[in-house]
Design a protein around this ligand. Structure first.
Ligand SMILES: Cc1ncc(COP(=O)(O)O)c(C=O)c1O
Length: 432
């Protein structure tokens, strides 16, 4: 090419949840075994059957010509009205404040990329990688973060948030993921109120990723942004990938709060909308289907049965890992993941299934991802090559803490128990 086609900041691009799959697929082939995929939060690909009533609802809507047309750029009005009525608050939001995207992934990118380069969003660590990567790509350097504290149920370190904002006036927003991926925590209302108060004090806005707002275990209550936002400018992010669950629909949205209260924030939101106009609109079908799915008489029981299943998995996994001295777990309060911390994690190896797998692992372990301060990438690769289980290293979620995230999605009881045993054996041998 007559010019270099590589952007200087390409090294910041990363999405470990899927990157491990490329490595895992290669190891499967070299070792001639079937991997147990514990990396991705897709209930359907993990084996959950989509109920017949859902297929029927989609078929009914696809039969309408309307589902073949564009929608307004903000999204189908019926979908926005539904969201406003059921997930937001009419006193604080209108249909004009709701904007649909092709998946929340797109919303994350649009929000981050429309900010001026010099402004920063403070993201949690660990975090869902799309947020951190979008933030660093927009800024052209590494993301800046605040810690979630494993010794305090993975709650955000509020003092750290305040300090990082106080001493860096490039920070314009705080990102909160609640209920949280990857940790499974559901934050206390007081913590969230403190974060909103910090945003107010330093003239910042808040972004609350609430895509898991329905996925909370029995007895746990999640506080939504609109309940505590007051007059602070803010964005709530939600979608249908996890709770319907229809991740392949690529359907998510933002609810904007208090845009009228801040001139700069309002102008920023208008630019996001203008930017979305370049794509005309998001895919119509899932938006048209959305109210019919959430409103279906079978939906509440279906959602509850899924939550019960994840809670049962969480109980079993926490009980299992609590017997292993080299790890620490916090029992999730929701979502469908578990983070297992690897305490004083060594840089070690496991017996690989064959020589080709070993040679491949030896090469992988010379890469920068394995040679940085964290040792959990190496653990994850070794676990794939010996026990045939694919988990995501915690440092892939922008964390300095060693560990991994597994899902609680496995449909088959025996296979879930077997997966735990394989991981447990991998940990035991890795530390020997
Ligand atoms: C916290 C969080 N935000 C956003 C997303 C992206 O969701 P979507 O499928 O709507 O792009 C995910 C997906 O796993 C997620 O876990």
């Amino acid at each position: 090419m007559r010019q270099n086609l590589q952007r200087a900041d390409n090294s910041l691009l990363s999405y470990p949840i899927r990157e491990v799959v490329i490595i895992g697929k290669k190891l499967e082939k070299l070792g001639d075994f079937s991997m147990i995929w514990e990396n991705i939060g897709d209930p359907v690909s993990a084996g959950e059957t989509v109920p017949k009533w859902m297929h029927d609802v989609v078929q009914e809507q696809v039969a309408s010509d309307k589902s073949f047309a564009y929608t307004e750029t903000q999204g189908a009005i019926a979908a926005r009205e539904y969201v406003l009525e059921h997930f937001s608050d009419k006193k604080k939001c209108t249909v004009e404040d709701i904007l649909f995207f092709n998946g929340l992934g797109e919303a994350i990118n649009k929000v981050m990329n429309n900010l001026p380069k010099e402004t920063r969003v403070l993201v949690p660590s660990p975090t869902y990688p799309s947020h951190a990567t979008a933030e660093s790509m927009h800024a052209g350097c590494s993301f800046i973060s605040y810690s979630l504290d494993p010794s305090n149920d993975w709650e955000p370190d509020v003092d750290e948030i305040e300090n990082k904002i106080k001493y860096n006036d490039h920070v314009v927003a705080i990102l909160v993921i609640n209920p949280n991926n990857p940790t499974g925590s559901v934050y206390k209302k007081e913590t969230l109120e403190k974060i909103v108060a910090i945003a107010k004090k330093y003239d910042c806005f808040v972004i609350f990723d609430e895509i898991y707002h329905h996925m909370v275990f029995d007895g746990v209550k999640t506080t939504l942004l609109h309940e505590i936002i007051g007059d602070v400018p803010g964005i709530s992010m939600k979608g249908i990938s996890k709770d319907i669950p229809w991740p392949g629909s690529r359907c998510g949205w933002i609810e904007v709060y208090n845009a009228e209260k801040d001139h700069d924030f309002k102008a920023f939101i208008e630019i996001i909308l203008l930017n979305k106009m370049l794509e005309v609109c998001s895919t119509t079908l899932p938006q048209i289907v959305l109210p019919h799915l959430y409103d279906h008489p079978e939906y509440p029981a279906y959602l509850q049965s899924r939550i019960n299943k994840y809670q049962k998995r969480a109980d079993e996994a926490c009980e299992f890992f609590s017997q292993i001295p080299q790890v620490r777990v916090n029992k999730p309060k929701g979502v469908f993941y578990l983070v297992v911390e690897l305490l004083d994690c060594p840089r070690s190896t496991l017996d690989s299934v064959n020589k080709n797998v070993r040679l491949n692992l030896d090469e992988l372990e010379k890469t920068p991802q394995c040679l940085n301060n964290n040792t959990d990438f190496q653990f994850s690769y070794e676990l794939m090559g010996s026990e045939g289980v694919c988990v995501v290293p915690l440092s892939g979620f922008g964390s300095t803490i060693n560990g991994f995230r597994m899902t609680l999605l496995q449909e088959n009881d025996e296979l879930f128990t077997e997966t735990l045993i394989k991981i447990g054996r991998g940990i035991e041998h890795y530390y020997q």
